[in-house]
Design a protein around this ligand. Sequence first.
Ligand SMILES: Cc1cc2nc3c(=O)[nH]c(=O)nc-3n(C[C@H](O)[C@H](O)[C@H](O)COP(=O)(O)OP(=O)(O)OC[C@H]3O[C@@H](n4cnc5c(N)ncnc54)[C@H](O)[C@@H]3O)c2cc1C
Length: 419
Amino acid sequence: MLALGVRAGLQRPGSHVARAAKFFALTQVEAGVGCPLSMTHAAVPTLRVEPALAAEWEPRVLAGQAFIGMGMTERQGGSDVRANETEARPAGGREATLHGHKWFCSAPMSDAFLILAQAPGGLSCYLVPRASDGIVIERLKNTLGHRANASSEITLDGARGSLVGEEGRGVATIIEMVVNTRLDCVVGSAALMREAVAQATHHCAHRAAFGKLLAEQPLMRNVLADLCVESEAATLSAFRLARAFDEGDELRRVATAVLKYWVCKRTAAVAGEALECIGGNGYVETDSVLPRLYRESPLNSIWEGSSNVQCLDVLRALRREPDAAECFLAELEEPDRRRVERALAGADEEGARRLVETMAVALQASLLDRHGDPAVAEAFRAREPFGALGTLRAGLPLAAIVERHRPRPQAEDSTSRPR
Ligand SMILES: Cc1cc2nc3c(=O)[nH]c(=O)nc-3n(C[C@H](O)[C@H](O)[C@H](O)COP(=O)(O)OP(=O)(O)OC[C@H]3O[C@@H](n4cnc5c(N)ncnc54)[C@H](O)[C@@H]3O)c2cc1C
């Protein structure tokens, strides 16, 4: 799978939209390999801060011959990376030896790692080749899901690193990498939703109960349609975000955190509901892929800045960058814009999730109006704030919505392909 991702060029910089389409397809099959591909792709802009390092590493990365990981999280904290304790001791020029631990280090087979450590001038970013003596893998993590990709705890015992960017500006240096991996979290979560919807709609189109196909039972149709609506909204917003990355659009500043929060958060609910559509078999590892999707689904919310961290980042951006709110509001249709303006007026830390959810749903509603299927856009707007999926109001074309999302064998799909 990793070789397939490399062949598709997922480690290479280029058009974010085109890459997102491939990442979306690959993740539907298996999400584990997304992590090393994502980190390696995202590391390139950070490597380019140091032309000599980029000259050495970038050709290998582009050719798929080197992978780059990252080490920020320590025992005492992953959200508060400024509390990192790993020490960088000067070793001449821009070199240092690193001493400390990293509580999470995914894809430890990577060829080099971007690692934060405390230098005399403050928290700094170092590129540490794995070949450097002094990286000790203490143990692999026994994770809930994502089991195709190893994650580890490491000790840094004199590993040699080269400074990337200015000493003391480690967070600012590594943030470009993190912003890119956050986009992949959004695209990856949309892909998990799509896979869950494909499984649920396919199953219910073939399984009967009480003398009728499940997909024809009105209540199940409501559940399936609601899943489809959520998936379409997630997909559309993920790809709009990818376009903002391509165009250097300022929308990206706030929308990345807004969608990292919301799309990733909704994935677990979608996977859980899709699993139930399959019934008991959906809960059985050997009979369904849904258990794997379900176990995978919370991860994108946690890493690369967990939910609350994203919401606080939105508040920070709104406070510090006067254009951030305007760029976001400019993307919204009039009723959505008014709703978000009202929410922004009372924004505070305690209510940050409510604010960010309002912003995310407003953005998705506006995008569905402009680019989505009209029935899906109408259903999305007609949703009421109930907790569970399957609560769409009466009178919507639910069957058509489900049919739009149901995967069809090529022979059956006469609408989009010539016979
Ligand atoms: C499978 C896996 C692989 C990973 N791989 C890597 C990796 O390769 N490299 C790496 O560096 N890290 C990695 N991580 C770590 C991940 O990025 C961190 O777990 C994450 O950033 C959260 O940090 P933490 O676990 O220390 O939780 P904490 O920082 O202790 O946070 C716990 C909870 O508190 C919330 N919180 C924190 N601060 C606030 C606040 N001010 N207000 C309100 N709520 C707050 C958080 O949102 C979170 O929900 C990985 C994690 C997993 C699960």
